[in-house]
Ligand binder design. Sequence first.
Ligand SMILES: [Zn+2]
Ligand SMILES: [Zn+2]
Length: 269
Amino acid sequence: MIKFMSIASGSSGNCYYLSNGNQALLIDAGIPLRSISKALKDQLLSVEGHVMGVLVTHDHADHIRTVGSLGDKLNLPVFATEKVLNGIDCSRYVDSLPMASRRMIVPEQTFALAGFDITPFPIPHDATENVGYHITAPSFSFTLCTDVGHITDTISHYASKAEYLVIEANYDCEMLLSGPYPPFLKERVSGPLGHLSNQETGDFLARIFRPEMKHVWLCHLSKDNNHPELCWKSIEYRLFNEGIRVGKDLDLTVLKRSSPSELYTLSGD
Ligand SMILES: [Zn+2]
Ligand SMILES: [Zn+2]
């Protein structure tokens, strides 16, 4: 039985959990280990003996803050590209990652972990390097793309193959424009190596939707430049205009920034 939970999602810290029922993996670890352990414990799960490794998207602090301790204290393998591993070494936010915990991955080369086949793929963003993950098991496909500067053909390819999709909807264009960020930061966020707006994500979903797509989770919402209801409504309305009915054709959920989602059962008996 495949299960998914968002433990935290946003610029204060990201962590996602995916399990095949027996074994599990984490995607990113940007929140304290005790918060990860508590979220799992609340579902009668534990990190030790259950989580087989951590997949890292990129080396911004909100995605890697705890990977050093997961490697060091729990001996968990940490999967990242060579550039991101170097970025983790240079980051002042992370405890050093033991050599024995490093697993180097290469974009578009599939590997196996926790009963899943996992394909990392490149995503443009202003980190050392950034990857999304396309994760499959028999009769199951899942894609996670976060911190997306702009949509590429590669992202479209992997997102459109997913029955279950986690994708960023970081900011509302008007809220960003009239919001508190200084001009350079507004340009960074909305630039081609920054983040996706609700509008961009809505357009993208309207373009790639197929009937096989079952559930889309909107992740990495900005605290200052977005609002969960505005985000959900603008994307639901964009899909409605395309003839796609949220609740009937697919489920659409905004992930909370600092509290865990429910533990979703995605497939299996
Ligand atoms: Zn981030
Ligand atoms: Zn980032």
